[in-house]
Design a protein around this ligand. Structure first.
Ligand SMILES: Cc1ncc(C[n+]2csc(CCOP(=O)(O)OP(=O)(O)O)c2C)c(N)n1
Ligand SMILES: [Mg+2]
Length: 272
């Protein structure tokens, strides 16, 4: 297995541990976004614990903030804090590792979890870079269910208006949201056309759980000048655990001991 993909699977393993340990978290969306986060943090973005106060660091916003547990596992793996401590303390009373990202945690740029704000916040960061003559790039990850929030479209309009080619929005398109299929809850079809209409360069990644395909897309985004980029990543919610894949009930499902053992076994077989 390719090195980056292997890391994504190791992080999946951490996510399963964190979610099982806490009986909390959003395992379905974590497993769909893990490859995107792994590629961004370990291949694409100029971020590190040493550079966390450097003004030229790239900026990252997990707009689908309910998947904080996946982000904590990635940030821990990257060395921003003790990953084992985060796994142990996630969602426990008094812990800073709460269920949605917050800026008390090293590496987190902005609080999120109230869906629909990440694109606008990213526009602000990207516009600030242009105004200050800085070269950093801003990366935002949104969910497809989240695209039902109207505020996203104001952010997209501003990104296109200001030609923010230093902004890259990734849509984790897993076709499910909290209570069922996006097609039933609130249709999120034609996202490519919607982003294009607001002036984005759009890249479809047909397997958004394939690190190789994601790396290519982010290389193209970084090279593209004059427009912001939207990477539409076609993912599988619950990816990697057979009984969780494409099942809305695993949005924030809690595993029994037997399910936990099966999940660990399945991941270890892939990584072997
Ligand atoms: C403003 C707001 N409304 C509702 C919610 C409750 N909520 C949490 S997750 C979620 C579904 C998100 O679905 P999607 O963006 O597709 O995420 P994913 O499938 O990647 O988990 C909802 C509605 C919220 N967090 N914020
Ligand atoms: Mg979704």
């Amino acid at each position: 297995m390719e090195c980056l993909q292997k890391k994504a699977y190791e992080i999946r393993r951490d996510v399963i541990e964190m979610v099982h340990n806490s009986s909390a978290g959003h395992v379905g969306g974590d497993l769909s976004v893990v490859d995107i986060l792994t590629v961004l943090y370990f291949k694409v973005m100029n971020v590190s614990p040493e550079k966390q106060h450097c003004t030229d660091r790239d900026r990252f916003i997990l707009s689908k903030g309910h998947c904080a547990d996946a982000l904590y596992c990635v940030l821990g793996e990257k060395g921003f804090f003790d990953k084992d401590e985060a796994i142990r303390l996630f969602s426990t009373y008094g812990s800073r590792y709460i269920g949605h990202p917050n800026i008390e945690i090293p590496g987190i740029e902005i609080n999120s979890g109230s869906l629909g704000h990440g694109i606008s916040a990213g526009v602000g960061m990207a516009l600030a870079a242009k105004m200050d003559g800085k070269t950093y790039r801003t990366y935002v990850v949104v969910g497809d269910g989240e695209m039902a929030e109207g505020s996203n479209y104001e952010g997209m309009m501003a990104a296109g208006h200001y030609k923010l080619d230093n902004l890259c929005v990734t849509i984790d398109l897993n076709r499910l949201q909290i209570s069922g299929a996006t097609s039933e809850v609130m249709c999120s079809d034609s996202l490519s056309e919607k982003f294009k209409a607001f002036g984005f360069h759009v890249i479809d990644v047909w397997d958004g759980n394939d690190c190789g395909q994601l790396v290519k897309a982010y290389d193209e985004a970084a090279a593209y000048k004059g427009r912001p980029t939207a990477v539409i990543a076609h993912t599988v919610k619950g990816k990697g655990i057979s009984f969780m894949e494409n099942e809305a009930s695993w949005h924030h499902g809690v595993m029994s001991e037997e399910q936990y053992s099966r999940a660990v076994k399945e991941l270890e077989e892939v990584m072997a």
